[in-house]
Design a protein around this ligand. Sequence first.
Ligand code: 5AD
Ligand code: SF4
Length: 477
Amino acid sequence: MAKKLFIKTYGCQMNVYDSARMAELLAPLGYAPTEDAGEADMVILNTCHIREKASDKVFSELGRLRADRRERGAENVIVAVAGCVAQAEGAEIIRRAPDVDIVLGPQTYHRLPEMVARATRARDAKTRFSRVTSEGMPRGAGLLDTEFPAESKFDFLPVTQDSPVSAFLAIQEGCDKFCTFCVVPYTRGAEFSRPVARIVDEARALVAAGAREITLLGQNVNAYHGEAPNGAAGGSTWPLARLIRELADRVPDLARIRYTTSHPRDMDDDLIAAHGDVPQLMPFLHLPVQSGSDRVLETMNRQHGVDLYRRIVDRLRAARPDLAFSSDFIVGFPGETAQDFEATMTLVREIEFAMAYSFKYSPRPGTPAAMMESPVPEAEQDARLQELQALLNAQQQAFNRAALGRVLPVLLEKPGRRDGQLVGKTPHAQAVHIEASPGQIGAVVEARITDLGRFSLRGDIETPPAQRAPRAMEACA
Ligand code: 5AD
Ligand code: SF4
């Protein structure tokens, strides 16, 4: 019988991507995914360190899992902690949670099968000889691997056999920008771009396995500069725009391309132009600005001011008038005054975002901002966050309302919650619920938007006029 693997994923889309790859790596060892931790033979917590209380969350989840294992007498369950908390606090995790078998970082998860084999042997031996923690659980193997190895994990990942209609493809990882608030350059390491040929091969494999939309992923994805294909003209590395054009030209049946997350500094001319002339590139761009105050952007070391952001948005809108934007914001950064915050509100009013994520600043140990003076009092942070979110929510609602009554191309992705219903996505990445048959999954249909839900739209497939039955016949039936 297949063993069951439960993965709990925290944080960003890169973590979602990594979790899927870990599941694929463990399939040959007989592990099949489960959504139910209560029946798992192995549990992986794929963690995020970007904001507050990351490690607290991990330790409390480990406690819950421990209680569950004790209750069901499942002492041989293998427990692994992966992701950015593992990278940052691996040794501490092994010390504080002695029943954890494996701790591995984002750059070493290709070694997971070997570590699981070692952990299984160690755990079997320890259960037999009953070496236990103070809570009576068998001790874990305590294997720690948080290196930044010379080999790239991407060279060791299996070819995808089965893909969702909307798939992620990691093309770049790590970051050299060192924004003063951010842990990514420390947990994910230096910037690294995968070679173009590998990415094109992987995109073809994803499409062959069922993908129609690919989101190119990277922490700083538009800093991409991957090795050019053998014999290609025009430089030894290619920027993101060139890669997008290659995918659009060379991967038939790839209907939609997206990319995330971008940095304003790296929006070059060709990438802006690609938004105007690559039809597969969807008109929705996540372009974090973080703050609308030049002074704050400077102390954040963002390497761009508000004007550059405005100019880029204008140029992108000139290239593709229906382009919609989303962004990330941090409020209450050290030293942020009421005036700085007002500048953020002004920028938001000016740009009009289709959606956005906003956060209270959270000091991350080891980052320069954690040592900065003039913290903003928590109550003030809360008030600013509320005010900003109210504005962003209103803009998101207005953006969705504008879709009402319109006919939009919707890529049908997966079954909805109700029978007979599918969930798809508009070009602007809005989720749409539509009555349609499972056989239509993977198709792009024209749908009229009929209703707005809290988190999604509802629509009806629009029958093209040529296919409509003549009126007289309709009357007969
Ligand atoms: N505090 C609050 N938000 C943060 N982010 C990154 N680091 C922090 C932090 N220390 C936010 C930024 C980034 C998003 C992924 O998370 O807005 O763009
Ligand atoms: Fe973090 Fe800044 Fe790099 Fe984004 S660009 S990952 S916020 S350091």
